[in-house]
Design a binder for this molecule. Structure first.
Ligand code: TMP
Length: 221
């Protein structure tokens, strides 16, 4: 598949198991880049577009506990296809930068390593749903499942369908992510997320700054 035309915008994604802290880090990064003169668009997957947000509701509703793994996979890919074509590609073409809370690595981690679906099928569907687009930089916020589980217990809100899965499921996903990161060392950087928000942010910032210096020499003081 041909790569879609790209503008000068950066495309950065965050990955990690539930309760690893990536959403907070994505927000901090968005305001950091804003301060540096970028105009980043912060979006999430599944979601980020009206239709994709509707698909997100279906995916995460605890009422849909009997959803099959294949249905789940196809819904994540449908949400991604919509978001990529309607939001991500037009923004990148305008030269805007994007920070996306999850992208296609999540599908490999959750639906393959977690649910056991065939990796080749997932890679192929990821390719179709993203139009061949790949992030410039992916930050994997890594925490042992025991740490995420403690954070999960502290959260009083109702847990969604995926968050309700057993600890074993999340263990497989973490191992999957670490494997994916070893196979994509150039694009994917692992950041230890076990400490507090600020310490984790310092690590994320180091990764992003060094990426910017290496790739664009655009870090402004
Ligand atoms: P979030 O809570 O990080 O917004 O993500 C929603 C849930 O969806 C989370 O449990 C991870 C899961 N997920 C998948 O299983 N496959 C995917 O492709 C994506 C993007 C998310």
């Amino acid at each position: 598949m041909r790569k879609p035309p790209r503008g000068a915008g950066l495309f950065i994604t965050f990955e990690g198991i539930d309760f690893c802290g990536k959403t907070t880090q994505a927000r901090i990064l968005a305001s950091y880049l804003k301060g540096k003169g970028y105009n980043p668009l912060l979006i999430r997957e599944p979601g980020g577009d009206r239709i994709s947000e509707k698909i997100r509701k279906i995916l995460l509703s605890e009422k849909n506990a009997n959803m099959t793994p294949l249905t789940e996979l196809l819904l994540y890919e449908a949400s991604r296809a919509q978001l990529t074509q309607k939001v991500i590609l037009p923004a990148l073409q305008e030269g805007r930068s994007i920070i996306c809370d999850r992208y296609y690595d999540s599908t490999l981690a959750y639906q393959s390593y977690g649910r056991g679906l065939d990796k080749r099928i997932i890679r192929w569907l990821n390719q179709i749903a993203t139009y061949g687009l790949s992030p410039d930089l992916t930050i994997l916020i890594d925490v042992p499942v025991e740490v995420s589980w403690k954070r999960r217990e502290k959260e009083k809100r109702k847990k969604d369908r995926l968050e309700k899965e057993k600890i074993e499921f999340h263990r497989k996903i973490r191992q999957g992510y670490l494997k994916i990161s070893r196979q994509n060392q150039k694009r994917m950087k692992v950041v230890d997320g076990t400490e507090d928000i600020d310490k984790t942010w310092q690590r994320v910032k180091r990764v992003v700054d060094s990426y910017l210096i290496k790739s664009y020499s655009l870090v402004k003081e």
